[in-house]
Write a new protein. Sequence first.
Length: 511
Amino acid sequence: MQVVNVKASCSYTRKADACGRLGPCRAVKSAFSSARPRGSWSITRAATATRVVEAPPKTSIPSGGDPWEDDKWTKYKWTIYRGVAYDLTPYLDRHPGGRWLLNLAIGRDATALFESYHLRPEVAVAHLKRLPVLEGFPVEAVPQAPRPNDSDLYNAIRQRVRKEVFKGSEVKGAHRSGSEGAALAVLSYAAAAYALYTYDANPLTGGLLGLAGAWIGLTIQHCGNHGAMSTNPIVNNLLGLTNDLAGGSSLMWRYHHQVSHHVHCNDDAFDEDVFSAFPFLRFDDRLPRYWYHPYQHIYMWILFPFLQLVFQVGDWKALLDNRTVGATMYGASEFERQTVVAGKLAHYTLLYGLPAALHGPSAMLAGAAGYLFTQSIVLATTFAVSHNISETKSLDAGPTRDNLDQPVAERDWGVQQVLTSANWGGDVGNFFTGGLNLQIEHHLFPAISFLHYPAISKIVADECHKRGINYAHYTTLPEILSSFVRFMADAGSAPQKPVRRDGEMVMLSKL
Ligand code: HEM
């Protein structure tokens, strides 16, 4: 293994994007060709000496022009599927999954989104092939997304899911049906908790409302924004917008969660869940280690209750920058951007304004604190356990590390989703977490209603078993929680490891 010495430029990282722009800054460019998200750290190849790279060996603007800057291309709503650029303009208002989901494909290689969202890919491909192809488009300037349909594992699982679980009824949208009752339960509980909160704002009623906020976050907004809660895209969109009422932003969430996290699960360069908490928390031993990280498994419990407040800052910043930490929002419409502002105002009015007017500022603050802390801690822990245990982010050499060490375009995407996710519990956990306890199935089929995950999990486990692929399943939440705490302790203490980029081993370093 050769270790070489490079210090990359921050100008490059300012424009790079998960599955989007390659960041072809004309002044100074990086020496590695994988796109990197904007973050607070840069790449330093583990070095005996360090040098600044000024030559742009692999990222120069191709002769076809700059797809994100040149009028020739920006006049189109372009996307790339398997090396071919298409103009989505004529399809925007005709997409059966809704325009708001199709927007995610604009300005990037959308192959992974496309192949992981359509249970009948042959139908979606037939529609795609009827769209205008952009001849002469500089496809090589756009980072290649993973290609789920190249995964033997994924194809085998999907085929069996269609045959054994849906038995052809996916034609009628059966895969997006079934969770209406769960949506009603969540909304009813949220309405009752809010009535109680406005009647008497205190830490207890705030905490009960916080549970509603977390349940919305895990279930109806999550599945709605994935297009999985209903056969009607408008219903999905509306359920997705409950994210805004609960204190998040459905628009930011779609880019952060769907474009960055889902497509690139646990990739240190593209999955913003890996690095967005850095330097406070070190979720990966490929990030630099600071003196306080060995204690992170203790102090993280003091940080987690503030997660919701961190969302507030992040959402406003993303709106101003037109990008989340890991993904640029090339396709976000003006209307979608306006819903962010409207949603924030509605949330602030409901959580702070109305109770302050009814009961005074002190009661409001006590109640709101109960809400924020409860919602944050439930969300932080349920999210974190799914991808941060030794099986899903191994600190030592092994299949997970081998998979992630491969270039994005060459990785087996199906295997990556299985190896980097972990399950816990059964049907009860499934109901209360909107299927997020069956994280492996959720990552393989984000657009399938979560009530089908228990049936799908049997097929996934079987196919993994046949191929000798590890399928991580914990019986209970406390079990996976303690594994998560152990992982955080280990990741906080582990020496920094280099990552592989273009065949070379490189170290990430703070700017
Ligand atoms: C890029 C071009 C795209 C085309 C041509 C396209 C086409 C289609 C078609 C034909 C369907 C109906 C499928 C069926 O009846 O089986 C559909 C459904 C759907 N699409 Fe797309 N789609 C595109 C991109 C996307 C993207 C980027 C997403 C998500 C981020 C997405 C999410 C969905 C969802 C959730 C459904 C409903 C689920 C389903 O029917 O399987 N689509 N799309």
